[in-house]
Ligand binder design. Structure first.
Ligand code: PMP
Length: 390
């Protein structure tokens, strides 16, 4: 029996630069001591107090079907949080709770794009983006950001591809580059969206991990709230990746359609997980600051080490749990660098090519191991680069 063309074409063919990652996982499974600096998974687990809240909720009986749009208390809590961050009036009717940010990305595009519509996204990009867009039948169109611009996308390059497009997907703080979009970048994006009548999908799952400057949600810019859908998640801010809880924030009408979509797809998020999310979001900022702190420390470690050499260049990143290095001075592509590093040093990193064309000749290092181990791994990456640049 033949499966659908749409599902067969989801990844666009090839391994999309994920070969190194799969090789590292296979070597690890075969017992090799691989140091993994690949995916965005914290080196700590969900806090015990959040787990206790989850357990209490489940033991207290919140194990049946939960309300499809999300439990009211969580919708209110997210609305309040977003209103405080953005200054834009936000109520529970503007919030839809989803099984993680990933499903929020899918639902958002489902709400604004029809089959065959052009959906723009910025390259370098979080690896699932093009597949998510193909998944709803849209045609993914990448807008290149450039290393020379510190990967801040340029409004004029978006405008060149915007004709006839329906939506633009952005992500700040950015995975994979760690770059936080400046006010100027965001205002350029806002103007382009308005001029071309585009929906803006703003993936803000790293909004609590900003080391320099500030996170600005485009929802807060003039006239943008009505055309913006914000994607959020508990995964990164509260080390709750496995709990699968996130949200879409947007105009009430869109949210009401998303509720219909969820009724026919996910049927909501477990109630005890949502109760734990309410607990986590109302526990004060210390919890999320503690979760973010190790990444800030490790970023300083990487900056200090980079300053002592001159082969690798650090992309001046301001947030998220990754650092991106320009490895072009070694004469290797990102894929070649990552493959050799795995072979010779047993260290796994992601080649920039996994995240699109714009990040070719770069590698992404997830800062997701203990500080000392991170420093040792980083030094070995530097030594490896200088050896290969001679
Ligand atoms: N957006 C970005 C940029 C991400 O890096 C991730 C996860 N790595 C997600 C969305 C999805 O996260 P989740 O589904 O766990 O909320």
């Amino acid at each position: 029996m033949k499966v659908s063309n749409r599902i067969q074409g989801l990844t666009g063919g090839g391994d999309d630069g994920w070969g190194v990652f799969y090789k590292a996982r296979a070597l690890k499974a075969a017992g090799e001591p691989i140091l993994e600096l690949t995916i965005g998974e914290h080196d700590i687990r969900t806090d015990a107090t959040i787990l206790a809240a989850m357990n209490d909720a489940a033991a207290g009986g919140h194990t049946g079907y939960a309300m499809v749009p999300g439990v009211q208390k969580l919708r209110e809590t997210v609305a309040k949080r977003v209103q405080t961050q953005s200054g834009v009036k936000t109520g529970p009717e503007n919030v839809m709770i989803t099984p993680g940010g990933q499903s929020a990305l899918f639902a958002s595009h489902h709400a604004v794009c029809d089959e065959g519509d052009k959906a723009l996204y910025i390259d370098p990009y979080y690896a699932t983006y093009p597949g998510t867009l193909r998944g709803i039948g849209a045609i993914p169109v990448a807008v290149q950001a450039h290393a020379e611009d510190s990967f801040q996308p340029k409004a004029e390059e978006i405008a060149k591809l915007a004709k006839g497009a329906k939506s633009l997907l952005i992500n700040s703080p950015n995975n994979p580059t760690g770059v936080v979009y400046s006010r100027e970048t965001l205002q350029g994006i806002a103007d382009t969206c308005i001029a071309n009548d585009l929906w803006l999908i703003s993936d803000e799952v790293y909004d609590t991990q900003v080391w320099e400057g500030e996170h600005i949600s485009p929802r807060s810019l003039p006239d943008l709230a009505e055309r913006t859908l914000v994607v959020g998640s508990m995964s990164k801010s509260h080390a709750m990746t496995g709990s699968r809880v996130g949200w879409v924030v947007g105009p009430k009408e869109v949210i009401s359609h998303l509720i219909t979509l969820a009724t026919h797809t996910t049927y909501g998020v477990p109630g005890f997980i949502q109760d734990a999310a309410v607990f986590a979001l109302t526990s004060g900022s210390e919890l999320e600051e503690n979760i973010a702190a190790p990444f800030a420390r490790r970023r300083e470690i990487s900056k200090d080490l980079i300053a002592k050499q001159n082969v690798l260049k650090l992309i001046p990143a301001q947030g998220a749990m990754y650092v991106m290095l320009d490895v072009r001075a070694t004469g290797l592509s990102g894929i070649e660098f990552a493959e050799k590093l795995l072979e010779e040093q047993k260290i796994a990193v992601m080649p920039g090519e996994s995240f699109g064309k714009a990040a070719g000749g770069h590698i992404r290092i997830a800062m997701t191991i203990a500080d000392d181990d991170f420093a040792t791994a980083f030094k070995r990456i530097i030594d490896f680069a200088s050896l290969h640049s001679q």
